[in-house]
Design a protein around this ligand. Structure first.
Ligand SMILES: O=C(O)c1cc(C(=O)O)c2c(n1)C(=O)C(=O)c1cc(C(=O)O)[nH]c1-2
Ligand SMILES: [Ca+2]
Length: 669
C-alpha cells in the first residue's frame, strides 16, 4: 500500500532517482535521472525487461509516473494503466469513456500526456475536460470534477495535471478553434476548486477578474472582438514549480484567430499569449510574465516544456528558466523576476533576426504580410513542439528535438467572423478558426528533424544528431552520461551526453513521440518508453513501416525478454478507377483543406499516419464516400459526422479531388 509521494519525497527523490514521481521527474522538470548503473560504457548491454500492450492505435504521449514499484501510464483517449514496474503486469486500468464525438474538437490527435500521483491518488485529465482522482492502489474513482467553463466551446484536455502545494492544476487546449485559455487548481484531497487563472482578458464590458487581466486588456484592440473567439492562450502542456520561491510557471499558447490583425486590428502584444507566466500556486495570483512572441501571428505557442536550473552566467549563479518554444529561439529567463537574460535561434528562422537587450524580437516585416503567402520558418508545427526537453547539470546541456515542417499560409483578407467556415481555411469545416488560407504553392523550406544538445550559457549548439524525419520523441538524460530518445522511424536510441555518439539502439515497432524515463527497483536501473505514433503530425504522416499498437517497453542491463511481434504497416495501392468530374477538382481541393487535410493528409502524397491516407484506401471507400462522411461507421472512432456541414455535391467534389490528386501523382508509364 502506498501513501506517497508528497512534496518532501518528490524533493528527496531528486537525489536518489529511485522513482519517477512527477511529470518532468522533479518539480523543475529536468528529466535528469541521477541513476548511474547504466552508463555510456555498458549501455550496449541494455535488453528488454518487459513490454506491455496499451491496446491503442492512436498517439501515445505519456510520460509514465513510477512510485514505490507501480507505474502509471496513459494511452490515447485518456485511458490510465497501472502496472507492476518490475514485471509489467497490469494491476488495474481506468477508462474515463471519452465520448468519441469529442475527437474532432482535439486539434492534434486524441492524446494524453500522463497522470499526476500525489498522496495515494492518481489524477488524470480526460480529453473531454474532466479531472478524475483515482485510488492509486485500486484504480477506483474517488472524485471527478468538470474543468470546462463553457461546454458550448471546443475545449479539450491533453496535458498531464501537476500537483503543487497540495493543489492539482490543469489547463486545456482549443486555441485553434476558439476558446479562452485558463488553468484551474483543485484541492487534491477533495476536488474542491481553489482558484482559476485566465491567460487572456474576457469581454471588456464585464469586470476584469483581476489586475493582471485589466493590464492585459490594454494590449488588445476591442475592435477585434477577441472575446468572441475566446482569444486563445491555452495552457495545454508545460507547468513547473519552484518550492523555494513558491512560484509555479506556465507556458501559454497561441491566439485565436492566428492572424494578429484580425484578432486585434490596432496591433498590440496581446498579453498573455505565447508567454511564460509566474503564478503563486497557493493563491493563483499573477506574479510576473515574459512574452516570447508578442502579437503572435504564426501559432507560436510557448507551451513547450519549461526547465528550471541554477546556472552560472558571467560568473554569477542565476536561477533561470530554460525554454525552446515553437518560435525557434532558445530562451534563458531569470525565474525570480521574469527578466530576459538571453535568446538565440536553435533552427533557421525567417520571422525575426534576433532579440534586443530588453527581450523583444526584432521582426522581419514580410512575416506579417497581409497579401503574400508566407512559408514561416518555423511553421505552425514549431521549431520544437511538446516533445519533452531534458537538462543535465553534469554536462550543462539541454537536449530536445528540433525540426521544421513546412506549411505555406496566407492571411484571409476577407475573414470576418469568429468561427466562420470557409473552403481553403484549414479545418474550418469542423470549427478551426485560424483566419488563414493554405496556399497551394510548394513551401520553399525543407522538412527535417534533429536531436540538439544546446549550451544555455553560451547559447550555442554543442552537437546534433540528424534524424530521417521530423516529429521525434522527447528526451531523458542521466548521470550515466547518457541521453535517450525515441524516433519517428521507430527506434529508441542512446547517445553519449557529451559527444552525441550513438551508443545503443533498439527497434520499437512504431514511431515514438513520448519521452523515456528511468527508475530503480531491487538493485536494477530501468529505462522505460511508452511508444505509439501520432500527435498532430503523426495523424497524417509517418517515417516507419511498422504500426504496432501502443506499447510500453522497459529495458535493463542484460534484460532477456522477447520483443513482442511488430505489426507491419500496410500501405495500399494508389487509388484508381473512381469516376469523377475533373471540373470539380479545384473546388474539391478547397473543401478537402477545410474538412479533411489535418487528419487524412494529402491524398497519395502523405503515407498515412495513425489515420488512413485516402489516396491509398480501397476504391470502394471513395466510391461510397457519402456513407462515411454522413454519420458513418467511423464516428465511433472519432471521425466527425458531416451531416448538415457538407452537402452531397460537396462530397462529389471531395471525391474528385482525392481521385484527381492520386491520378496526378501516378508515375507515367
Ligand atoms: O492551441 C491549442 O490549444 C493547442 C492544443 C494542443 C493539444 O492540446 O494537444 C496542441 C496545439 N495547440 C498545437 O498547436 C500543436 O502543435 C500541438 C501538437 C500536439 C500533439 O499532441 O502532437 N498538440 C498540440
Ligand atoms: Ca495551438
Amino acid at each position: 500500500d502506498q501513501a506517497g509521494p508528497d512534496e518532501a519525497s518528490i524533493l528527496a527523490n531528486r537525489d536518489s532517482g529511485k522513482d519517477w514521481p512527477s511529470h518532468g521527474f522533479d518539480y523543475a522538470g529536468t528529466r535528469f535521472s541521477p541513476l548511474t548503473q547504466i552508463t555510456s560504457k555498458n549501455v550496449d548491454k541494455l535488453g528488454l525487461a518487459w513490454s506491455y500492450n496499451l491496446e491503442s492505435t492512436r498517439g501515445i504521449e505519456a510520460t509514465p509516473i513510477v512510485v514505490d514499484g507501480t507505474m502509471y501510464v496513459t494511452a490515447s483517449w485518456s485511458v490510465v494503466h497501472a502496472l507492476d514496474a518490475k514485471t509489467g503486469k497490469r494491476l488495474w486500468s481506468y477508462d474515463p469513456k471519452v465520448p468519441r464525438e469529442k475527437a474532432y474538437q482535439a486539434c492534434c490527435d486524441v492524446v494524453n500526456r500522463g497522470v499526476a500521483v500525489y498522496k495515494g491518488k492518481v489524477f488524470v485529465g480526460s480529453l473531454d475536460g474532466r479531472l478524475v482522482a483515482l485510488d492509486a492502489n485500486s484504480g477506483k474513482k474517488l472524485w471527478e470534477t468538470d474543468t470546462i467553463i463553457d461546454r458550448s466551446r471546443p475545449y479539450t484536455v491533453t496535458g498531464a495535471p501537476r500537483v503543487f502545494r497540495g493543489n492539482v492544476i490543469i489547463g486545456n487546449g482549443g486555441a485553434e478553434f476558439g476558446v479562452r485559455g485558463y488553468i484551474t487548481a483543485y484541492d487534491a484531497e477533495t476536488g474542491k476548486q481553489k482558484w482559476r487563472w485566465f491567460t487572456v482578458p474576457g469581454d471588456p464590458a464585464k469586470p476584469y477578474e483581476n489586475e493582471a487581466m485589466a493590464k492585459a486588456a490594454k494590449t488588445w484592440d476591442p475592435k477585434g472582438k477577441y472575446w468572441e473567439s475566446g482569444g486563445g492562450g491555452t495552457v495545454w502542456n508545460s507547468m513547473v514549480f519552484d518550492p523555494e520561491l513558491n512560484l509555479m510557471y506556465i507556458g501559454t499558447g497561441n491566439g485565436t484567430p492566428w492572424v494578429h490583425r484580425k484578432r486585434s486590428p490596432a496591433g498590440g502584444d496581446n498579453l498573455y499569449l505565447a508567454s511564460i507566466v509566474a503564478i503563486n500556486p497557493e493563491t493563483g495570483d499573477y506574479v510576473w510574465h515574459y512574452q516570447e512572441t508578442p502579437g503572435d501571428n504564426w501559432d507560436y505557442t510557448s507551451t513547450q516544456d519549461l526547465i528550471l536550473a541554477d546556472i552560472k552566467i558571467d560568473g554569477k549563479l542565476r536561477k533561470v528558466i530554460m525554454h525552446a518554444p515553437k518560435n525557434g529561439f532558445f530562451f534563458v529567463v531569470d525565474r525570480t523576476n521574469g527578466k530576459f537574460i538571453s535568446a538565440q535561434n536553435f533552427v533557421d528562422v525567417n520571422w525575426a533576426t534576433g532579440y534586443d537587450k530588453d527581450g523583444r524580437p526584432i521582426e522581419i516585416a514580410e512575416a506579417r504580410s497581409e497579401d503574400k503567402p508566407f512559408d514561416a520558418i518555423p511553421g505552425p508545427f514549431g521549431g520544437h513542439n511538446w516533445h519533452s526537453m531534458s537538462y543535465s547539470p553534469k554536462t550543462g546541456l539541454a537536449y530536445f528535438p528540433a525540426q521544421n515542417i513546412p506549411l505555406n499560409l496566407m492571411e484571409d483578407k476577407n475573414w470576418k467572423k469568429h468561427g466562420s467556415n470557409k473552403p481553403g481555411q484549414p479545418m474550418s469545416g469542423i470549427g478551426w478558426n485560424t483566419g488563414m488560407l493554405i496556399n497551394a504553392e510548394t513551401p520553399s523550406s525543407k522538412p527535417f528533424g534533429r536531436l540538439l544538445a544546446w549550451d544555455p550559457v553560451k547559447q550555442q549548439e554543442r552537437w546534433r544528431y540528424e534524424h530521417v524525419a521530423p516529429w521525434n520523441g522527447g528526451t531523458l538524460s542521466t548521470a550515466g552520461n547518457l541521453v535517450f530518445q525515441g524516433t519517428a522511424d521507430a527506434r529508441l536510441m542512446a547517445f553519449d551526453a557529451g559527444s552525441g555518439d550513438v551508443l545503443w539502439q533498439s527497434p520499437m515497432g512504431t514511431g515514438v513521440i513520448a519521452a523515456p524515463i528511468s527508475y530503480q527497483m531491487d538493485g536494477d536501473q530501468y529505462i522505460t518508453i511508452a511508444a505509439g505514433w501520432g500527435g498532430v503530425f503523426g495523424q497524417t504522416q509517418r517515417a516507419s513501416d511498422t504500426a504496432t499498437p501502443g506499447t510500453v517497453y522497459t529495458f535493463k542491463l542484460n534484460g532477456k525478454a522477447q520483443m513482442p511481434e511488430f505489426t507491419q504497416y500496410q500501405l495500399g495501392n494508389l487509388l484508381s478507377g473512381v469516376k469523377y468530374d475533373p471540373a470539380l477538382v479545384e473546388e474539391g481541393t478547397y473543401l478537402y483543406v477545410s474538412n479533411c487535410v489535418f487528419c487524412h493528409g494529402v491524398p497519395g502524397v502523405d503515407k498515412g499516419g495513425n489515420i488512413p491516407n485516402l489516396g491509398y484506401v480501397d476504391k470502394s471507400f471513395i466510391e461510397n464516400l457519402d456513407k462515411f462522411v454522413f454519420n458513418g461507421p467511423f464516428v465511433s472512432r472519432g471521425m466527425p459526422d458531416f451531416t448538415g456541414k457538407l452537402s452531397a455535391e460537396d462530397v462529389e467534389k471531395i471525391k474528385a479531388f482525392i481521385q484527381g490528386t492520386a491520378d496526378a501523382i501516378r508515375p507515367k508509364k
